[in-house]
Ligand binder design. Structure first.
Ligand code: CTP
Ligand code: MG
Length: 187
């Protein structure tokens, strides 16, 4: 069922989604590149990548995974009672939550590195890459460091669902943040 594939995709990516969207809350202070430039004269990563953002977002993403591990059965049962179907969310494990969160932040840093090399200023948009950089990072880290979990959960349909729902979630949350007055522009 398509709904179940989407639910699975969403559930498996939750630590990454929380890590990706919370760096902005935790961020500030010392940049990860310590303000240094590359030989091209531009910053290695830029002021938008900070240690506080990296550590705070990694901790929150991992904590979300912990909630999924402890509450997964309960959340599944609530969901089943509402939807009257016996869907069960897949098993989260702590190693997976942690590597998804760390991978998210590294994917985001890799994109900033790339943006600086092609002379895109900190904060300037880089469509598609800005929305999916963290997915690539999260998957790469999970593939290497939580291999069995990744292989048994991320089937091709689930991965396709992630690639489709992630930019949609991004747009939806930005519009919501704009309506709530948290952002100046709705994108
Ligand atoms: N942030 C942080 N540390 C990180 C990632 C993000 O402190 N490792 C914070 C920064 O305050 C950043 C904000 O989250 O400005 C938004 O993140 P992002 O959009 O990834 O950064 P940008 O400022 O747009 O910079 P870039 O062009 O390098 O993506
Ligand atoms: Mg940005």
């Amino acid at each position: 069922m398509i709904i179940e594939t989407i639910l699975t995709a969403f559930w498996l990516m939750l630590p990454a989604y929380f890590a990706n969207s919370s760096a902005v809350i935790f961020g500030g202070g010392t940049p990860i590149d310590f303000g240094r430039n590359m030989p091209d004269g531009r910053r290695i990563l830029g002021d938008g990548k900070t240690f506080k953002g990296l550590i705070g977002a990694t901790c929150l993403g991992t904590a979300v995974g912990l909630v999924q591990i402890m509450g997964g059965t309960y959340i599944s049962s609530i969901f089943s009672s509402i939807s009257l179907s016996a869907y069960v969310f897949p098993q989260m494990i702590i190693v997976a939550a942690f590597v998804l969160a760390v991978g998210t932040l590294f994917g985001d840093m890799a994109a900033s590195f790339l943006k600086r090399r092609i002379n895109i200023e900190r904060g300037a948009q880089f469509p598609v890459i800005d929305q999916l950089d963290f997915v690539a990072g999260a998957w790469l880290f999970a593939y290497v460091l939580a291999h069995d979990w990744f292989i048994s959960n991320f089937s091709l349909p689930v991965m396709v669902a992630v690639i489709i729902i992630t930019p949609l979630l991004h747009i939806a949350t930005n519009i919501l943040a704009y309506k709530l007055g948290l952002k100046d522009v709705p994108w």
